[in-house]
Design a protein. Sequence first.
Length: 83
Amino acid sequence: MSGRWGKEYFDEKFEREDPWEFFTSDYEQRKYRRQIDVIKDHISGSLNAILEVGCAEGVHTRMLAKVFPYVEITGLDISSVES
């Protein structure tokens, strides 16, 4: 994928650690906690797997893993830069 929101854009963005301050922003942390609360509120029965599309550096993925330690979690992102 090329263009403004292509792979190259995200690879360049992620050359800098935490470019959107997902790890350090109070707003981002609150947003992720609310998303996890919504997941917990809407689960009926057992949860086996979570797919997170656009996981970036994996901040939300790590939070999910703490809340759902026995669930298989897969994170996908367009960038090949690893954190």
